[in-house]
Design a protein. Structure first.
Length: 416
């Protein structure tokens, strides 16, 4: 088996497709190494194992809205695309979405995946409770009332158990419009960066860091927000655009200020477009919002080496949260996302250069994308990191859910 991008071949010795949570729990209890796979949209080995891989697609796919409590209970393996269609049918929505709708809810939450918007938390921010199968096979449910146990487990990078279900907060369905602006001068973007990224409910900037302008600015506005005719010198695109200038916008969500439901505007790509694989690599680094201008200047200084490896880079934002290993832990943040060409040796050779440039700004890498795991002082970046390490060791002392990447991140191999 390979991941979505095809850059990683999994090393599992056995693959199972349990048809119930109790069957999954029995597999976990009897295994010495075990990991779950959802949409496989990770670009590193965070989800790999040399033991048993369990695929969650045969489990019952539950989506149940509780209108009285303004929540939805969803199975971990359900994709956001499937979830959102059910929510819209019920007249409700979640607060934000990632750019692609085919990723699984559990995998996205566990790795700190996010959309954009200075006041919008990452996808984990919607979680009200989480169902896990622990290393012993025990099935547990944690909610906000469980305090630290809950805050440690939501963004758990797969180290604390297999997520079988979540309860997410919902709100009434809402309407949005999307507009793409082009050629935002870098000088203007850096002079008042916070104002630029606060100019709509969700804002994304697309660039290759070469030249004097940001290629595109995607503005996703609520129905009540005034559409912007221009933005610090950027001008509206006259036709629908793809983040890559030479690509057709056929599979992108509707633009040109056409109003439509939230699920058809918040992602960049249409729900009906769910690619089975992607000929690309990805990295992402999240850092405090106030550091954005200086960090972007540092990345621009690398443009000569960076641009030839890039398809495009997306700049997004997110609100602070309290999850111990969330890249947004206690900081309003900017996220610098890099979609690389499928040149893994060249990308891996360049990554330490990029990471070194971003290190002074406190950059935290996205857990599911490419980064140099031994290049970070995790306890400095995450104030609750030592607590998380101890929590993981307590719930998985034999290292069932561990692998080489998690051993490297957590500092010491779990007891075998």
């Amino acid at each position: 088996m390979k991941n979505w991008a095809g850059n990683l071949e999994y090393s599992s010795a056995d693959v199972r497709r349990p048809e119930s949570v109790s069957e999954l729990a029995a597999i976990v209890a009897e295994s010495t190494r075990v990991k779950a796979l959802g949409s496989r949209h990770s670009f590193n080995s965070v989800g790999d194992t040399d033991g048993v891989h369990v695929l969650l697609d045969a489990l019952p796919q539950q989506v149940e809205v509780d209108s009285d409590r303004s929540t939805v209970r969803v199975s971990g393996g359900v994709s956001y695309g499937a979830l959102c269609r059910k929510l819209e049918e019920a007249g409700v929505a979640i607060h934000n979405l990632a750019s692609l709708p085919h990723i699984s809810v559990a995998g996205a939450v566990q790795t700190g995946t996010h959309g954009s918007g200075v006041n919008n938390p990452a996808l984990a921010g919607a979680v009200e409770s989480i169902d896990l199968v622990r290393a012993s096979g025990e099935q547990v449910t944690l909610s906000r009332k469980d305090g630290d146990d809950f805050l440690a487990s939501v963004v758990g990078i797969g180290a604390l158990g297999i997520v079988t279900g979540l309860e997410l907060a919902v709100r009434p369905s809402f309407t949005m419009r999307q507009r793409v602006l082009e050629d935002l001068p870098w000088d203007a973007a850096l002079e008042d960066f916070t104002a630029v990224v606060s100019s709509a409910y969700s804002v994304s900037l697309f660039t290759d860091y070469a030249g004097d302008t940001v290629n595109q600015v995607w503005l996703k506005a609520l129905a009540g927000e005034e559409p912007l005719a221009n933005l610090y010198g950027a001008t509206p695109a006259l036709r629908p655009r793809h983040p890559l200038p030479d690509m057709s916008a056929e599979n992108c969500t509707l633009q040109l200020d056409q109003p439509g439901p939230w699920l058809d505007r918040l992602p960049h790509f249409r729900h009906e477009f769910t690619p089975s694989n992607g000929d690309e690599l990805q990295s992402e680094f999240i850092l405090p919002l106030e550091q954005a201008p200086a960090a972007l200047q540092a990345v621009r200084a690398l443009a000569d080496g960076l641009a030839p490896l890039l398809f495009v880079s997306e700049i997004r934002t997110g609100a602070a949260d309290e999850f111990w290993l969330s890249p947004f832990f206690r900081q309003q943040s900017v996220a610098l996302h890099f979609t690389w060409k499928p040149l893994q040796p060249e990308v891996e050779a360049f990554l330490p250069v990029l990471e070194e440039a971003l290190r002074p700004f406190g950059a935290r890498p996205h857990w599911g994308k490419l980064f140099t795991a031994d290049g970070y002082n995790w306890e400095k970046l995450y104030p609750r990191f030592a607590d998380f390490r101890a929590f993981a060791a307590g719930h998985d002392p034999e290292g069932k859910f561990r692998n080489g990447l998690l051993d490297g991140i957590l500092g010491v191999p779990a007891r075998r």
